[in-house]
Design a protein around this ligand. Structure first.
Ligand code: COA
Ligand code: AMP
Length: 629
């Protein structure tokens, strides 16, 4: 694959995509190798390139090997957590992926079957995802920080034929056993799961005591090395994966990603936003359990023939705050992507950026941040200390790739502090009031995107067409992002928060409603409200306010119970560390809990008591209680 020169400026590309989306995306689709080229670019029913036939694994692996690039490095597993470093060429990655595809096929997995992947950041996780793509099976990767009941919900919804897992994850200094969690989830699940295939890791051996348990290595050994299944031809609209994300209830939303639109959009973004092509190393310091990991650890870099870095570690503590800079230089990373929270964690440990000064950033030309709002102070610090442009950009699981950014690779480095950037070509944003009318310039409102959404964006939710439709119901003709923000007169978009109960903790998306449901279910709890309080490293942290049932045994113990229940039900990822048992919650006379007021109290911001409040003494009483803590 040859590297393309950028023949379009951002402005030209934006205009082209706005005026002639079908022409724009038909051009972009040429970057993909189709088994049968699409004649239709867009149709309302089946989305982008609906009559095109392709296979995503073929585009990520086989095509590069067939083009003679089998010896180029495809993936580097860099694990300061496990003390491991291993590179895989495209030929090797194809062999390993083919082997896992053969393993899955031997268990009866074929096109359309679901496979749940509950695995840490090891190369086998990428093999597994690509193997599913090869077979046309639909993977559903579940983040390791979720507890068994959350995994069980995903199992029940996706109904997998096989679960792929490992004996443990390595979280900084701790080793987290995965097998007991998987066993508990399978017991909790309403379904019987036929097969659990487990990869034993050196750090911890798991007991394979159930009939459904299969040892990964044994299964691999039983599978002939020349039994690699061919890539299954798939229609563009057929699902590649399901990825569950927080909705506003306790039921996670299963975002369904298609094959064709996804491959086209990711290839376009690698080249035009991140500036990555064949032989370039790209590193997204995220986890494969999140959309960033799907798009930019596994699929994006491989689609364009680049080298992806699969990093197992934390920004600090594995072993120190220099690990990011070491990983960038060691792997000759050209474009680096992380979350602001990771940079804040590094700055907290190394405010003078001693590691950064000592190690440098090697070949890196640019740093992208996403996952939560990048505060200008974090960007300033990183730009000053690294000497690199730092670009905030915005997107969501639903969209699959960036929607607001500075398109660095098109030579567009314009950015403004506090703004996530300009609309990416293909996206048409509007800021609307609740009544659907456009806001005045600079005024805040609902951030929405004109339909049809560009390639790559979700076209349904797994088993849940009704909830999918809700995303388009409030503002006819638009997708409601759930974010609030404004746009300035030059077109820069500023994302300021959510319009629903979702909060963002260390770049992880959580529903406060879901946390409230767990706490409210406890015996001694009467009512509960959870808000996202400011946190200097994680951006936000959940804080619970609880009222106890009258006659509850020990009010003091309730807070502790709530914290452990959330950890047990939702998982460590919820990071609920603070809960207050208060006498009463502030409410309006109609009984609505004033969560925004609670947020201001916990953030120690000045607050005024709204006239609709039922009892004006309550906010002051809560503020006084917090001051005593
Ligand atoms: N498996 C098991 N447990 C996990 C886990 C995983 N894959 N990921 C996180 N956890 C656990 C953590 O160990 C922690 O447990 P604890 O409460 O027992 O300490 C808990 O979940 C919360 O994790 P986290 O919010 O990540 O906090 P942390 O203190 O471990 O690390 C940061 C803080 C900022 C260093 C870390 O959150 C980070 O690197 N964030 C970057 C986020 C990111 O890349 N997001 C993706 C979007 S781009
Ligand atoms: P997720 O689906 O987990 O990627 O979370 C998406 C949500 O994270 C968005 O709807 C925003 O609320 C938030 N988010 C992601 N990136 C940014 C950003 N650059 N600026 C502000 N908020 C962001």
């Amino acid at each position: 694959m040859t590297k393309k020169q950028h023949d379009q400026s951002y402005v030209d590309a934006f205009r082209h995509a706005a005026e002639n989306p079908e022409g724009f995306w038909a051009n972009a689709a040429q970057a993909i190798e189709w088994f049968s080229e699409p004649r239709l670019t867009y149709d309302e029913d089946k989305g982008w390139f609906s009559d095109g036939i392709l296979n995503t694994c073929h585009n990520c692996l086989d095509r590069h090997v067939l083009a003679g690039r089998g010896d180029a490095v495809a993936l580097t597993y860099d694990s300061p957590a496990a003390g491991a470093f291993r590179s895989f060429t495209y030929s090797q990655l194809l062999d390993d992926t083919g082997r896992v595809a053969a393993m899955l096929a031997s268990l009866g997995v074929s096109k359309g079957d679901r496979v749940v992947i509950f695995m840490p950041m090891v190369p086998e996780t990428a093999f597994a995802m690509l193997a599913c793509a090869r077979l046309g099976a639909i993977h559903s990767v579940v983040f390791g920080g979720f507890a068994a009941p959350e995994l069980a919900k995903r199992i029940d919804d996706a109904k997998p034929k096989v679960i792929l897992t490992a004996s443990c994850g390595i979280e900084g200094a701790r080793v987290i056993a995965y097998k007991p969690l998987v066993d508990e989830a399978v017991e909790l699940s309403l379904l019987g799961v036929e097969h659990v295939v487990l990869l034993q890791r050196e750090r911890l051996a798991a007991d394979l005591g159930h009939e459904r348990d299969i040892d990964w290595q044994e299964l691999r050994n039983r599978t002939a090395s020349d039994a690699m299944p061919a890539c299954v031809p798939l229609a563009s609209w057929e699902p590649l994966y399901i990825l569950y994300t927080s909705g506003t209830t306790g039921i996670p939303k299963g975002v369904v990603r298609d094959n064709g639109g996804h491959a086209v959009a990711l290839s376009w973004s690698m080249e035009n936003i991140y500036g990555i092509g064949a032989d370039d190393a790209f590193w997204a310091a995220s986890d494969v359990g999140w959309v960033v990991g799907h798009s930019y650890i596994v699929y994006g870099p491989l689609l364009v023939g680049g080298t992806t870095v699969l990093f197992e570690g934390k920004p600090v503590g594995t072993p120190d705050a220099g690990t990011f800079w070491r990983t960038i230089t060691r792997n000759k990373v050209k474009t680096f992507f992380t979350a602001p929270t990771a940079i804040r964690a590094i700055r907290k440990e190394d405010p003078q950026a001693r590691f950064l000064k000592e190690i440098g950033t090697g070949d890196c030309r640019v740093i992208f941040l996403a996952g939560e709002r990048a505060d200008p102070a974090t960007i300033d610090w990183l730009e000053r200390e690294s000497g690199l442009p730092v670009i905030d950009h915005w997107w969501q699981t639903e969209l699959g790739w960036p929607a607001i950014a500075s398109c660095f690779a098109m030579g567009d480095l314009r950015r403004k502090p506090g703004s996530a950037g300009l609309a990416v070509p293909g996206y048409k944003f509007a800021i609307l009031r609740d009544d659907g009318n456009a806001v005045d310039e600079g005024e805040s409102g609902n951030v929405v995107i004109r339909r049809p959404l560009p390639p790559g964006a979700f076209r349904t939710l797994w088993n849940n067409e009704a909830d999918f439709a809700k995303n388009f119901a409030s503002f006819p003709g638009y997708y409601e992002t759930g974010d609030s923000g404004h746009r300035d007169k030059s077109g820069y978009l500023y994302i300021m928060g959510r319009t629903d109960d979702i909060i963002n903790v260390a770049g992880h998306r959580l529903s406060t409603g879901q946390i409230e449901e767990i706490i409210a279910g406890l015996a001694d709890v009467n009512e509960c409200a959870v808000v996202g309080a400011k946190d200097p490293v994680k951006g936000m942290a959940p804080v619970a306010f609880i009222t106890a049932q009258s006659g509850a045994a020990d009010k003091g113990a309730i807070a502790g119970l709530a914290i452990s229940a959330v950890r047990a039900e939702l998982g460590a990822v919820a990071a609920l560390k603070t809960a207050y048992v208060v006498d009463q919650l502030p409410k309006t006379r109609s009984g609505k809990i004033l969560r925004n007021l609670l947020r201001k109290i916990v953030d120690r911001e000045p607050f005024s008591v709204p006239p609709t409040i039922d009892d004006p003494a309550i906010p002051k009483a809560i503020a006084a209680q917090l001051d005593e803590h």
